[in-house]
Design a protein around this ligand. Structure first.
Ligand code: FAD
Length: 303
């Protein structure tokens, strides 16, 4: 089917705007990634289901992203349909100790809403630039907290558009692991539980966490947060530094002088550069420290 026929047919079946050959670098915090054949931003759950049904009908592979803050997208891009879960599913509602959040809600916004409602436990999310859906898949965490611990219920749909619900007992989370990642589903929303606390105290903790990040992370350059998972009982940044990789550079990608587990894009970096520097760092850390570092960032697309 030609692009223009596909374009017309798609716009007739799906009401939300569709971008063709969309550069994924516009949708990743690393500013890296080649074109997606199609990229859609559903305005609501109905758009999402229509898109999934369309993709299934036409045999298009579907890739889901949130805010693209933990992604390495291939220079060759992504074939098929990319669905970006964002503002269309970003509603947040506080009901007592429970917060109902759409998968597209931003984590800093969720943290602020919880603080305003006098609910503690969400402070660590204030400096994590992803969405609720991405955080549930990654079990995002910091400061000895992780999102999985707050979860009471998750709503999702499968790739045929069928609704699913999971209660906390059915879910397992551990360090940067969520069983949801194995289930081939799209998270649409979550119910999280906080602990009542004084607004001023919650605010102070949030401020402290944010200030620490500003001091220790190279936020002035495009990056994807921690590139590697911390090995048990150690820190990937410490090992990378010990192996002498700090400030190593491949093309425009540099191991940050400020935080060795952050690889910054100095401008025009490619996924190829990232892969090469990742391999070099893994090799040196294994040789000098005897530890094989495992990627935390998720590779998407045609590598
Ligand atoms: C400056 C900076 C600081 C960071 N600090 C931290 C930190 O302290 N702790 C931490 O854990 N992470 C951190 N991260 C990484 C990242 O922000 C988190 O992993 C975040 O939860 C990813 O959310 P996202 O919406 O950007 O997901 P994306 O990067 O878009 O996607 C991540 C994964 O989730 C999947 N996905 C996304 N949304 C959905 C959905 N609705 N349904 C199904 N699958 C979905 C994607 O397919 C992909 O596999 C940091 C990143 C940056 C850039």
């Amino acid at each position: 089917m030609t692009n223009s026929v596909l374009h017309t047919e798609l716009q007739q079946s799906i009401k939300c705007p569709v971008c063709f050959q969309e550069p994924m670098r516009k949708h990743t915090s690393w500013h890296i990634g080649g074109p997606a054949d199609l990229l859609l931003k559903p305005r609501n759950e109905q758009d999402l289901r229509q898109a999934l049904i369309y993709a299934q009908h036409h045999g298009l592979p579907v890739t889901v992203i949130g805010n693209g803050t933990n992604l390495l997208v291939a220079d060759q891009g992504i074939r098929g349909m990319v669905i970006k879960i964002g503002l269309g599913l970003a509603n947040i509602e506080v009901r007592g100790r429970l917060i109902h959040a759409g998968a597209g809600a931003s984590l800093p916004f969720l943290a602020r809403k919880a603080m305003q409602a006098g609910l503690a436990g969400f402070e660590f999310l204030a400096g994590i630039p992803g969405t609720v859906g991405g955080a549930l898949i990654m079990n995002a965490g910091a400061n000895d907290c992780a999102v999985g611990k707050l979860v009471r219920r998750v709503t999702a749909c499968d790739f045929a558009g069928n609704s699913l619900t999971f209660v906390a007992d059915e879910l397992t989370f551990s360090y940067r692991y969520s069983c949801l990642a194995q289930r081939n589903i799209i998270v649409t929303g979550v119910v999280l539980e906080g602990k009542p606390d004084r607004v001023e105290e919650i605010k102070q903790r949030m401020k402290l966490y944010l200030a620490r990040r500003k001091q220790t992370q190279p936020l002035e350059y495009p990056n994807a947060g921690s590139v590697f998972k911390n090995p048990p009982g150690d820190s990937a940044g410490r090992l990378i530094e010990q192996a002498g990789c700090k400030e190593m550079r491949v093309g425009s990608i540099q191991v940050s002088p400020r935080h060795a587990n952050f690889f910054v894009n100095l401008g025009g970096g490619t996924a190829g550069d990232v892969l090469e520097i990742v391999q070099r760092v893994q090799h040196m850390v294994e040789k000098k420290c005897g530890v094989k570092l495992v990627l935390e960032v998720q590779k998407l697309g045609e590598f």
